[in-house]
Design a protein around this ligand. Structure first.
Ligand SMILES: [Zn+2]
Length: 352
């Protein structure tokens, strides 16, 4: 084809524009571009190695926030026996679940090893059975038979299990009045999450807007007056009951104390998809009560025993990590389920 001068100029312009368009990402990203390229080659190589080992990551699978109340010598309503709590740790470990913090799960900062599933422990009502100090010499030691003591002992034997939890506290804060401040400070300093379980443990659905805000704000004040560094991002709803004015679960104020929370926790009763999945639960997060399942009587049908068995039978629905916090890795056909704007910064989908 013979080009006139005009056409030739146009062709040059097109070629030049194309070159600029192609070069732009390189010019603007500088070294970052090649680092990203290297990381993505590395991520792909990691994934190929996992697939060869028979590990099929699915970071669009479901996760669970488990819910404990008292941990005492006998099993009962809202009460796990000490023996069963120890068994829970062992069972979860053997089934390749690994503890992470509530905040890490919700922000997509999931750093558990390849082939394992993140899981969160939450403890409601801040009873002594969860965190007990025993006087020792001039100081104190954590009772090895309280929930925290048992978790820490298990972690010593299995240091890849993790040792973290969300404690949803009432004003009594673990019931040993003289150690109240020491306990909260210990938890915050050691990376445990603290949730607000309100001042009165009342049913928020039956309270006026003013009383809902007072119940939440007063407990917020109790928590930060002990340790101002405490960051509270979650409201744990007593009985799982939401106030009539739902916005008050997340923002409000009373008597000069204001609060803001990102999440609100229900009492039951199912796993959920991660926050970057299009079926994420939003800000109101379901949990799974820890209880055994009896397949004949049907008791415990919403509890952890049931759901653990469910995931044993449906492994394709369970979140399985690729061990790489830079990627959300899953079968390629699942890519359309990802909400790009909810992925943590710098994290990419990696399909196979
Ligand atoms: Zn409660």
């Amino acid at each position: 084809m013979v080009l006139t001068r005009k056409h030739s100029n146009l062709a040059e312009l097109i070629v030049a524009s194309a070159a600029v368009i192609l070069l732009c990402p390189l010019l603007f990203s500088g070294c970052g571009g090649s680092t990203e390229a290297k990381e993505s080659v590395q991520s792909r190589a990691n994934l190929d190695a996992l697939l060869k080992k028979g590990i099929r990551p699915n970071e669009l699978g479901m996760v669970m926030v488990l819910e404990y109340h008292r941990v005492k010598p006998t099993e009962g309503d809202f009460q796990r026996s000490i023996d069963n709590f120890k068994k829970d740790l062992q069972t979860l470990y053997q089934k390749n679940y690994r503890l992470i913090s509530f905040n890490d799960l919700m922000t997509g900062n999931i750093g558990v090893p390849a082939g394992t599933t993140p899981i969160v422990f939450s403890f409601d009502d801040s009873t002594e059975s969860q965190f007990r100090y025993i006087p020792q010499g001039s100081g104190t030691t954590i009772d090895p038979e309280c929930a925290l003591g048992m978790m820490q002992a298990f972690q010593k034997q299995h240091n890849d299990f993790g040792c973290t939890a969300l404690f949803n506290v009432l004003p009594a804060m673990f019931e040993q009045e003289k150690y109240k401040d020491q306990k909260l400070t210990y938890l915050v300093k050691n990376g445990y999450d603290i949730g607000n379980h309100t001042e009165s443990h009342g049913n928020l659905a039956k309270l006026s807007d003013d009383k809902v805000q007072a119940d939440i704000a007063n407990q917020q004040k109790n928590i930060v007056s002990i340790d101002p560094k405490t960051s509270v991002s979650v409201l744990c709803l007593p009985y799982g009951e939401e106030p009539q004015n739902k916005a008050l679960m997340f923002n409000g104020s009373s008597a000069g104390t204001s609060y803001h929370y990102d999440w609100s926790l229900l009492v039951g009763s199912n796993p959920f998809y991660p926050m970057y999945h299009y079926k994420n639960p939003g800000q109101i997060i379901p949990r799974v009560q820890v209880m055994d399942y009896n397949s004949i009587s049907g008791s415990g049908a919403d509890g952890s025993g049931y759901w653990l068995r469910y995931f044993d039978r449906h492994p394709e629905l369970r979140f399985v990590s690729d061990g790489n916090s830079k990627t959300v890795c899953a079968p390629a056909y699942m890519q359309t389920r990802v909400l790009e704007n909810k992925l943590p910064k710098g994290v990419q989908f990696l399909g196979y």
